[in-house]
Design a protein around this ligand. Structure first.
Ligand SMILES: [Ca+2]
Ligand SMILES: [Ca+2]
Ligand SMILES: [Ca+2]
Length: 136
């Protein structure tokens, strides 16, 4: 898949999730993910992605995020130096986040997998790329 419009392109699914999260928080109800964590820790959100070094040699990287094999952020384009605010994406503490770079026709590239244990920055440096994912 290739998105030509660039920028903070969001799928309708992501948009629905973001709206749902906003609706929940505005009602003052704890997000579902927070309720699901056994130790009562606050749900975390992925808020920002910075590209220090892209994986593709030509054209923008098509970055997407997965947890347990499920896509939680659809493809967003990054080139070297891009530092993008993304629509907050909830992630349950303790889950492993994988950063993927989409290619066609060859296989997508795995840029690394990190267990998200708390707020902070996480570096993904596999396959010659370097991305920083901010979790808040
Ligand atoms: Ca690639
Ligand atoms: Ca690519
Ligand atoms: Ca590839």
């Amino acid at each position: 898949m290739h998105i030509n419009s660039g920028g903070n392109e969001m799928s309708s699914v992501t948009r629905v999730l973001a709206v749902a999260a906003l609706a929940v928080s505005s009602m003052g109800v704890a997000p579902v993910l927070a309720q699901a964590s056994a130790d009562g820790t606050q749900a975390l959100k992925i808020t920002r992605i910075k590209c220090h070094q892209q994986e593709d040699n030509t054209g923008a990287d098509d970055i997407y995020l997965t947890v347990d094999g499920t896509v939680i952020m659809n493809s967003v384009q990054f080139t070297n130096g891009d530092d993008k605010d993304i629509a907050d994406i909830p992630i349950e503490p303790g889950k492993v986040l994988t950063v993927m770079e989409g290619d066609f026709p060859d296989d997508d590239d795995n840029l690394g997998a990190k267990r998200i244990n708390g707020a902070g920055t996480y570096e993904f440096t596999d396959d010659g790329a370097h991305y920083t994912v901010t979790v808040g």
